[in-house]
Design a protein around this ligand. Sequence first.
Ligand code: 9MR
Length: 863
Amino acid sequence: MWVGAVATAGLLAGALAAPVGAAQPPDEAPELIVNGDFSAGTAPWWSTANSPVTVSDGRLCADVPGGTANAWDAIVGQNRLALAADEEYTLSYTATSTVPVTIRANVQMETEPWTTELATTQPVGATAERVTETFTAGTDHDAAQLVFQIGGSAEAFTFCVDDVSLRGGTAPPPYEPDTGSPVRINQVGYLTHGPKSGTVVTDETDPLPWTLDSAAGTRVAEGTTTPAGVDASSRQNVHTFDFSAVTTPGDGYTVTVAGKKSEPFAIGDDLYASLRTDALAYFYHNRSGIEIDADIVGERYARPAGHLGVSPNQGDNDVPCRPGECDYRLDAAGGWYDAGDHGKYVVNGGIAVAQLMSVFERTLYEENADAEPLGDGGLRLPEHGNAIPDILDEARWELDFLMRMQVPAGEPLAGMAHHKLHDRAWTGLPLRPDRDPQPRELHPPTTAATLNLAATAAQCARLFQVYDADFAARCRAAARSAWTAAKAHPDVLADPQDATGGGAYNDDDVRDEFYWAAAELFLTTGEDGYRQELLRSPLHGDTEAVFPRGGMSWGSVAGLGALDLASVPGGLSADELATVRRTVTEAADGYAADSDGAAYGLPYAPDDGRYVWGSNSQVANNMVVLGSAYDLTGRTAYRDAVLRGLDYLLGRNALNQSYVTGYGERDSRNQHHRFWANQLDPALPHPAPGSLAGGPNASIEDPVAQAKLKGCAPAMCYIDDIESWATNEITINWNAPLAWVASFVDDLGDGEPAKSQCEVAYTSQRWSNGFTTHVALKNTGDHTVRPWRLDWTFADQQQVTDAWGADIGRTGPRVTAEALNWNAALAPGDTVRFGFNGRPTGLVHDPQVFRLNGRACGTASRR
Ligand code: 9MR
């Protein structure tokens, strides 16, 4: 036992302050405090909402208001300390205050009745004093807390603390995750006609019997497992099992292997409709600069607008650069907060908004993609009734912000985009956006951010032109000027050290950003200059470079361009298009092979098995590529790998964890977020349903992960703890691919490839001032359709001037051709022909997706 200068060692719940320079406790006693030197930022320290904390000069500092009544009205603390009865503990820290105050430093229960094991008062002033206190715990605690109670002062002051240590007791047993049943399945469910497989963790090496039981306990199927050896990503010995043959819809199925029962799951059609809208709702919830309306999200998730300049916010509507970096200010209000912090970054905003726009754009060119759930009134957001699809309204919230980040005309870097805007210093948790007192600052422009703007604004221009031509024109102009600025400043990189108060998002290779931007500008303008840029890019046709094995990400965006080039009609030659499509299918072949070879079925096999920060988004991005390849080819192997990826995200994994809040029995619900911080303050909500956790990260950069997960197998480097920002954050650029995937899977319906009832041959002849179109609609089903009605979308500004053989009407981009009396009946095998003249000529594209009386037709040109 350590006996130092503190004579009172051993006093129950009592202590004396030791003078500066007292002997330090011996190093052998285990340290209970995580990140006591604040080298890892503020986590896992918390503070009351009235006293936000930041790390300043390596200390944790809180701005404490004057005029609170009690010491406990302002607190800085750390939770989840385990103490053992009769063990001795030594607390030490160094503190300062800008105003002389008396604080309390207590070790106590973290919930009512807050019983104290150590209760001290301590004067604190301008000079840093080392304080040491020793006590013996009276009882065992799983969840004690250290709190500095710093309220009760008439005057406001800044309290700073450093080198906090609480040593004593015996080392706690190593952290063992609670993984529940060893039988791992998709905790939501399997599509009726989709693949159905699972994984079981067992020491056995011989096949084991499995059974599938209904909710009522009836045996539905049985078989034997396939031993798969030791899975390298989890270091678990596993077997797999497959029950794809079962196609009877139902809820509450379970699989039992060797007496162990899985979590319950469903088999059915349309299991993922709510995941589509929830994954997209994430974006409204995280909007900056607008009140989050209780009528839309419910009371619990409602909150005031953040960062509009209402005190204590400093506002994003008049933001300066960091001192000395520019002399203008920007109105950069709006956009989405990137993640658990309140930063707004152009590069993760860029990929996120692009993927949202692509969820919509897919409905224009993929016959099985349903535009309805994404349309006006389909999502939960305030812009209902404006005749613009809701998903585009959501995208516009971010696009407006991205355009505001552009350097104004007349400045040396005019046209470039600032890399990011965020707080001057890291803030602690919890913190509602409107209560963030930190100064907001623009960080220098970069080529990568500029090209993100060029790419997304170009995509904006082509999608919005039928809904809001003025906005589309603004987007087009921003895209062009950003591109020109990026060409003039092709290697302005973000500083990797610029990570105080916000993430660095540094990227030292912008060839992929150039490829993506050129692709979007070419698809939107049809101009050959952009096409030449694409063809000259070293990435063009290089599958590995465009689609890295570990997946696309904010720093690897060439694939966004390639996916659009492969699916959006444009002016590539047949050979060029084939090259791009080959990169998509080759990449998908690789991801599908990875999924086939994985005991947990996921389409993600990073080099050396190193799961990265946000690995779940890498899984999801690989699923986007697989889904796109399925759209292009109809090959079920791609669809199956998407569905197995979803199984992984929803529970078929090494931790038996559903990484999507609100989905599955064992879902992540404590992701790192300053407002959705229920784990720290029960008055605050959990993350909204549909929020995707970052997931296993073998590098475990945060203090909680380091304290608990050291030595973890890559797929197990995850903990559902709010302070594990490296494994358990949420961000827009992770939820965006989830939204794409959820949309894709919901469009699969029951999983059976839809049998088309019709075929359309659509041919246009362009003239100098217009075009003539002939449409042949064939009934390939076995029923007469009467009267028939064919719908499609004009994704550009073309207009029908006169029609024959059908009545053609148009509402916005939606076109409807209705039968005339004399040709109303379309018998099986028959073809009806009609046509029209239209305007203008220029950049108009023939529609690709047709619906006969609401059901998708096949087109000759696809697949
Ligand atoms: O998603 C980012 C990940 O790819 C990086 O490895 C990591 C470290 O730079 O940063 C992640 O982004 C975080 C950003 O830096 C700050 N806001 C939260 C983001 C998600 O964790």
